[in-house]
Design a protein around this ligand. Structure first.
Ligand code: FEO
Length: 401
């Protein structure tokens, strides 16, 4: 059964929710699924704005066919070549072989890499950054956004209706469930924002400077609505998501808050961390979050690193190195360019503690890391209580200042 929904008089949502995919990019858990958004412009000419993942192609084709209402499909605008959006390109192209594809040169190069057939010159319109194109009543301006988060990514701005089509930017994990507009979802709720941040941090997080450049470019446009390729269409209070993106892409914390990451083999490090958290709580630190890195999947831990100002690592020494899950977290943080955080380390080692030194080696390769104190060493379950309390004092004063 087809499913589509009007956005404006001549713009239709033809995307598909995917509740079956367990791991986005075969990596990130999806608790609420994901939507592959696609939009159909019904102007004097018709234009499909991106396609969908190949796994939902059947539903997607049905949506497009019904939304077209018997009209031909004249254009396909490709904003992003990643297969969650271009996976059904061939299905669309085979069904509408006369359509013209509008995109930039990099996209056409990637099309040839992903698909084995040649696209004739007459079916290609190669656009440049800032170039405009009219579909009739609607004029679009193409704004390149390289490395947000692939090199060919471009946005387009519908000058006529002040709508920004933003590729992956401003996307969120989670299905739309019929509520395709942000105004129909509780987008300020913690769960939603956590999923928005987790999406940004893990998918785009590495490319903060490029995201800042794209924000500056789109800042010159008067925008009434943002249509991303995942999650809801932003149709109200746009500053909410724009400000979040500005903070995240500058690697500035959202919350002055403490997140504690620990690993514990037999529970001794965990016991010290629980004690330490109570010391922080006693000193007035609120909303502390503690994560056992063995239990919580790393994309959630990364999301939290993009949120909080103060990060504490409680790390055991393991095989004379870091515990693998802890090492994975730190490596991922470094790869995703986490910056500007205040960090404290509590290491544990029964005979030759190494984890503080190894953690610092990774953290020292990241920008803007501030240490409030020297690492604290636990030997098995033995710790200097005064030093632990002094560390709690320092963190509490800094967070509460
Ligand atoms: Fe939603 Fe970069 O693909």
């Amino acid at each position: 059964m087809y499913s589509y929904r009007k956005i404006t008089d001549d713009l239709v949502y033809v995307g598909v929710d995917d509740r079956r995919l367990p791991l986005f990019e075969n990596l990130f858990p999806l608790e609420r699924g994901v939507s592959y958004n696609s939009y159909l412009l019904l102007d004097e000419k018709t234009a499909l704005l991106d396609t969908c993942d190949h796994t939902v192609a059947h539903q997607f084709l049905e949506n497009v066919e019904h939304a077209l209402g018997g009209r031909a499909l004249d254009y396909l605008v490709i904003h992003h070549m990643e297969p969650d959006h271009c996976g059904s390109f061939e299905d669309i192209y085979r069904r509408y072989p006369d359509l013209c594809i509008i995109s930039n040169m990099k996209t056409f190069q990637m099309l040839e890499q992903f698909f084995s057939f040649a696209i004739p010159e007459k079916n290609r319109i190669v656009v440049k950054d800032g170039e405009e194109f009219s579909f009739g009543k609607h004029s679009f301006k193409f704004l390149f956004a390289p490395m947000v988060h692939w090199p060919e990514v471009m946005f387009s701005y519908d000058i006529t209706d002040s709508i920004l089509f933003s590729a992956d930017a401003f996307g969120v994990f989670g299905c739309n469930n019929g509520n395709i507009f942000a105004s129909e979802q509780n987008y300020k709720d913690k769960d939603f924002v956590d999923d928005a941040r987790r999406y940004y941090a893990n998918i785009v997080g590495k490319y903060g400077p490029q995201t800042q450049a794209a924000l500056k470019k789109t800042g010159a446009c008067s925008i009434k609505m943002i249509c991303p390729l995942h999650g809801p269409i932003w149709d109200e209070d746009l500053s909410f998501i724009l400000e979040k993106y500005d903070l995240w892409s500058k690697y500035q914390p959202e919350d002055k808050a403490v997140v504690i990451y620990y690993n514990s083999v037999y529970g001794n490090t965990e016991s010290i961390i629980n004690h330490f958290a109570l010391e922080l709580g006693t000193r007035g630190v609120r909303n502390i979050r503690i994560y056992d890195v063995s239990k919580t999947e790393v994309s959630y831990l990364i999301g939290e690193a993009f949120r909080a100002s103060h990060l504490v690592f409680g790390a055991t020494t393991y095989n004379n190195g870091l515990f693998p899950k802890m090492e994975n977290l730190l490596t991922d943080m470094k790869n995703l360019s986490v910056q500007n955080r205040t960090v404290s380390i509590i290491e544990n080692g029964t005979w030759a503690p190494q984890s503080a030194k190894l953690l610092k080696e990774i953290l020292d390769g990241m920008k803007g890391i501030t240490y409030l104190a020297s690492p604290l060493t636990v030997k098995s379950s033995t710790v200097n209580r005064e030093a632990l309390e002094e560390l709690a004092d320092r963190i509490a004063k800094d967070v509460l200042s």
